[in-house]
Write a protein that binds this ligand. Structure first.
Ligand code: CA
Length: 169
């Protein structure tokens, strides 16, 4: 009787230990989301408030929409990471109304804030899914960059709803 009780206790402890271990494994991050100062094309379309900070506000419904003065060309939004970091993953969500405006858009890294010599990390080749995240884990460069951005194609108006950059844990 006593032995049976001790056996149950041991089994209970083992089960609890396995549970704790599995929770710990599931919670271990495969990568770390990077934060930084939001940089990019200033202003918004018709001063409607859809500025670059809307790309990092966590809402899939808000997006960057560049001012008329740009004619929709050369618009970009990104982060100053504060120091050079190797990017391992990029995630993004397009503007729901115009996902096609991202085709030809580029994710880039740079050593300088003006992106004088940008390096492509990834290029958007097809219209991305609306209302959900697209993950890019195969990047074109493994170099480290302090400045990272999304450069929208001509006539793209900078449109992108959310953008995240990740590094190794
Ligand atoms: Ca947003």
């Amino acid at each position: 009787m006593k032995i049976a009780f001790q056996l149950k206790l041991i089994l209970l402890c083992l089960a609890a230990g396995a549970l704790v271990m599995s929770v710990a494994l599931a919670g271990a991050p495969a990568s770390t989301k990077l934060t930084g100062k939001v940089i990019g094309t200033p202003g918004s379309y018709q001063n409607g408030g859809s500025t670059i900070d809307k790309v990092f506000d966590g809402s899939l419904d808000t997006f960057f929409d560049a001012p008329e003065s740009t004619n929709g060309n050369g618009c970009w939004v990104g982060l100053d990471l504060g120091k050079a970091v190797q990017i391992t993953k990029i995630r993004f969500v397009p503007r729901s109304d115009f996902p096609d405006r991202m085709i030809g858009g580029k994710f880039q890294g740079s050593a300088t804030a003006d992106f004088a010599k940008p390096v492509d990390l990834a290029v958007v080749k097809t219209s991305p899914d609306v209302g959900k995240w697209t993950d890019i884990t195969t990047l074109l460069s493994s170099a480290a960059f302090q400045y990272v951005r999304y450069l929208s194609p001509d006539d793209g108006w900078g449109n992108i709803a959310e953008l995240e950059f990740y590094c190794a844990p």
